[in-house]
Design a protein around this ligand. Structure first.
Ligand code: SAM
Ligand code: SF4
Length: 332
C-alpha cells in the first residue's frame, strides 16, 4: 500500500500538526489574553479520547510531527497519559510540546517517560517583577525550576520562546541570550502577532522587530546567519561565542516563509485551522461526533480541508485586530 500524505492546493506536503489541548491557562500574558478571559464550557471542547482519535487520523494520513499546545497544555488533567498514547502512534516521528513551564517541576520527568521528545518553554523576562507584569500571574522562580527540571529529566534541544515588546523586555534580550548559553538551550525571539483584541497596550507601539533584536544582540555577541530551517517562520542564527546553541527569530510580519509551510492547527473545539493568520477552517468535531465509528469520514474531511489552505497570511504592524481568535484559542 502506498504511503498516505496530505497535500494542499499549492503542492505543499502538510505533515506537521499543532493541537491545542485546552484554551485555559494559569497565566494571562499581556500579548496573548485579555485579563478577564471567558473560557470555553466543557461540552464545547474535545475530550481526551477525541483528541487522540483525531491525532490518530492525522498520523494515518502522513503527519510526522505533532506539537501539543494551548492555552497551557500541562494544566489539562490527563495530559501525560494523552502524550503517552499519541507518542505511541505508529508512524509519528516526534511529539513535542509548547508550555509556559509552570508545571514542569512536577511533570517534566513523567512527560519524558511518556515519550515527549522536545519542549518549547516560554520565558519573557528574568526579572521576577517584570515577569509577573508580562504574564499577570506567573512566578519566575517556578518557571526556572521547571526549565531545570526539564534538563534533569533528560530533555535535549529544549527551546526558550520570548515575545519581545518594546519598553517592556527589549533591554533584557542579551540577559536572556546569556541565560540560554549558560543552560545550553536554544532561544527564539518572537514578534508579537495581532491575534485577538487586547486593550492592555498598543501593538503598534510595542512592536519590536527581529532586526532590532539582532542589533541588540550584536552589541554583545557575533551573530552568524545559518541556513537551517524548520519550514516555519523561524530564521536561525548562531553565535561565534556559543556555537552550540541556536537563536531563532520568528517574524510573522514577514511572509516569505509561507511558500514552504507544512503545518496546520487544531483548536480544542475541534476546528482545523489551515493558516495561523487567516480564518479558513473546518469543523472536525462535527464530523467526529456526527459519524462515530467512521474514521474514513474524518479522513475525507481532512483531505478536503487541505484545499482551503491559503497561500500566505498578511499580518501588518498596526492596531487592527487582523484575526479575531486569541492565541490561546489558536494553539500557538
Ligand atoms: N502556554 C504555552 C506557552 O506559553 O508556551 C503554550 C501556548 S502559547 C499561546 C504559545 C506561544 O505563543 C508562546 O510562546 C507565546 O509566547 C506565544 N504567543 C502568545 N500570544 C502571542 C502573540 N499575540 N504574538 C506572538 N506570540 C504569541
Ligand atoms: Fe498562557 Fe501561553 Fe498565552 Fe501566556 S502565552 S497566556 S502562558 S497560553
Amino acid at each position: 500500500m502506498s504511503e498516505r500524505v496530505l497535500i494542499d492546493g499549492f503542492s505543499r506536503r502538510v505533515d506537521y500538526l499543532r493541537m491545542s489541548v485546552t484554551d485555559r491557562c494559569d497565566f494571562r500574558c499581556v500579548y496573548c489574553m485579555a485579563e478577564d478571559m471567558q473560557f470555553l464550557p466543557r461540552q464545547r471542547i474535545l475530550s481526551l479520547e477525541e483528541i487522540l482519535q483525531l491525532a490518530e487520523r492525522f498520523v494515518a494520513l502522513g503527519t510526522r510531527k505533532i506539537r501539543l499546545t494551548g492555552g497551557e497544555p500541562l494544566i489539562r488533567p490527563g495530559v501525560v497519559q494523552l502524550c503517552q498514547q499519541i507518542a505511541a502512534l505508529p508512524g509519528l516521528r516526534e511529539l513535542c510540546m509548547t508550555t509556559n513551564g509552570s508545571q514542569l517541576g512536577k511533570l517534566a520527568a513523567p512527560l519524558f517517560e511518556a515519550g515527549v521528545k522536545r519542549l518549547n518553554i516560554s520565558l519573557d523576562s528574568l526579572n521576577p517583577q517584570r515577569f509577573r507584569e508580562m504574564t499577570r500571574t506567573g512566578d519566575l522562580a517556578q518557571v526556572i525550576n521547571g526549565i531545570d527540571a526539564a534538563n534533569n529529566a533528560g530533555f535535549s534541544h529544549t527551546k526558550l520562546n520570548c515575545v519581545v515588546m518594546k519598553g517592556r523586555n527589549d533591554h533584557e534580550i542579551n540577559d536572556l541570550v546569556s541565560f540560554a548559553i549558560d543552560r545550553q538551550l536554544d532561544l527564539s525571539f518572537i514578534e508579537e502577532m495581532p491575534l485577538g483584541s487586547i486593550r492592555e497596550h498598543s501593538r503598534a507601539e510595542s512592536h519590536y522587530s527581529s532586526a532590532q533584536v539582532r542589533e541588540r544582540i550584536a552589541e554583545r555577541y557575533t551573530l552568524i546567519e545559518s541556513a537551517e530551517s524548520t519550514q516555519g517562520p523561524s530564521r536561525y542564527w548562531r553565535l561565534a561565542q556559543a556555537p552550540n546553541i541556536r537563536l531563532g527569530f520568528i517574524s510573522p510580519h514577514s511572509h516569505n516563509f509561507c511558500g514552504t509551510c507544512n503545518r496546520v492547527r487544531l483548536t480544542v473545539e475541534g476546528r482545523l485551522l489551515l493558516c495561523l493568520g487567516n480564518e479558513h477552517s473546518v469543523d472536525l468535531k462535527a464530523v467526529l461526533r456526527g459519524h462515530p465509528g467512521h474514521p474514513e469520514r474524518l479522513d475525507s474531511a481532512i483531505i478536503e480541508a487541505m484545499k482551503l489552505k491559503p497561500y500566505q497570511h498578511n499580518f501588518e504592524v498596526n492596531d487592527d485586530v487582523q484575526v479575531v481568535r486569541f492565541m490561546n484559542m489558536t494553539g500557538g
